[in-house]
Design a protein around this ligand. Structure first.
Ligand code: ADP
Ligand code: MG
Length: 336
């Protein structure tokens, strides 16, 4: 929540190499929108933040960068860039069953555009508030538009979810629906206006933080789907020393996706598209009821999409059990 006029230990004044008055003015805009918090003894304004880590916990730390035109379309609204920059990082914490706590923000901006920054912060801070994340520091430089966020979360010492741990016989699950963001990107690239519902999935992904925490002790392995289901499940398989079989027909699709895409095009978006930020996880069959109860409690669909098998790599199966191969050559890297 914005709280103007909060006194900080070190005012952002004075000339130092590498930082101009313009950059200080931008940093000050950020600082003014960040509230004080008990678990942040020292936030924005000193050489480093001081954070109060509760005893008995491990820190979970993740970093992801978004580059203009690479990780978001060039016409993306500043508020959506802010939201997404944090969301993709919170998604990594979700996949570890970590509770988000703090974030730092490294901004490279082509111009000292205060209006753009304020809109960016609208999106970033809205998601930060929703997940109890305090912005505690960062870096502001001039350059091509690029946003690098580092998030810090907490897990009970000895806890957390990992990519390793899947066992032959486990179910493979996914949250939500797959392929929406990739579908929006495909529509945008084709030059048309993307379906608004699909575009919202691309611009404002919802990190599955509550789900990740609920899965601790139930799931045997987990990952967030950022690079495409088959690729990311491939990472789980590689880390766990197992293989997986996915049934294409079982992949959950939103009504908008199902309406606009069919056949191989839909399969490609759902299995290989990326930018979904759903959680893909594995669990023993004995956990099905408990997982369905979580879906109810969170009002979030959880769908069984396949199984873990002995061997290596991920196979996607059609309804007749024949193996489906992605069309694009670039997609062959998914095997574990
Ligand atoms: P230093 O020279 O020590 O790196 P900076 O001038 O880069 O200091 O930053 C001053 C303070 O402002 C630091 O506390 C830093 O963490 C914070 N800060 C700089 N840029 C950002 C940003 N984009 N978001 C949040 N805090 C920032
Ligand atoms: Mg700095």
């Amino acid at each position: 929540m914005a709280r103007a006029g909060v006194q900080r230990a070190t005012p952002l004044v004075g000339a130092r190499p590498g930082a101009t008055a313009v950059e200080f003015a931008l940093i000050d805009r950020i600082r003014r929108r960040v509230a004080e918090r008990d678990d942040v003894p020292l936030g924005i304004g000193d050489d480093a933040a001081l954070l109060a880590v509760p005893p008995g916990h491990w820190l979970a730390v993740a970093t992801d960068t978004l580059n203009d035109g690479v990780h978001f379309p060039a016409d993306t609204h500043a508020a959506d860039v802010g939201w997404k920059a944090l969301a993709v990082n919170l998604s990594d914490l979700a996949a570890m069953a970590a509770t988000p706590a703090w974030a730092t923000l490294s901004l490279s901006l082509p111009h000292a555009d205060g209006d753009w920054l304020e809109a960016f912060l609208d999106g970033f801070l809205a998601l930060a508030d929703a997940h109890g994340v305090a912005l505690v520091g960062g870096d502001t430089t001039r350059g091509p538009l690029s946003v690098c966020v580092t998030v810090h979360g907490l897990v009970a010492a000895g806890g957390g979810l990992r990519r390793a741990g899947a066992q032959a016989g486990d179910d493979v699950w996914t949250s939500g629906t797959l392929g929406d963001a990739a579908a929006a990107l495909a529509q945008w690239r084709a030059g048309g206006a993307a379906d608004p519902g699909l575009r919202a999935r691309l611009d404002r992904p919802a990190p599955r933080v509550a789900l990740g925490r609920a899965l601790q002790g139930l799931a045997s392995a987990a990952i967030d789907v950022s690079d495409g289901l088959l690729a990311d499940l491939g990472h789980v398989c590689a880390a766990s020393g197992v293989g997986a079989e996915i049934e294409l027909a079982s992949l959950p699709a939103s009504p908008a996706l199902a309406e606009d895409f069919t056949g191989d095009a839909r399969a490609g978006l759902q299995a290989c598209g990326g930018d979904d930020y759903e959680l893909c996880f594995t669990a023993a069959a004995s956990r099905r009821e408990a997982i369905e109860a979580i879906a109810q409690a969170l009002s979030l669909p959880l769908t069984r999409i396949g199984r873990i098998v002995t061997g290596r790599g991920v196979r996607a199966l059609r309804a007749d059990a024949s193996e489906w191969q992605p069309e694009r050559a670039g997609y062959v890297h998914f095997s574990g």
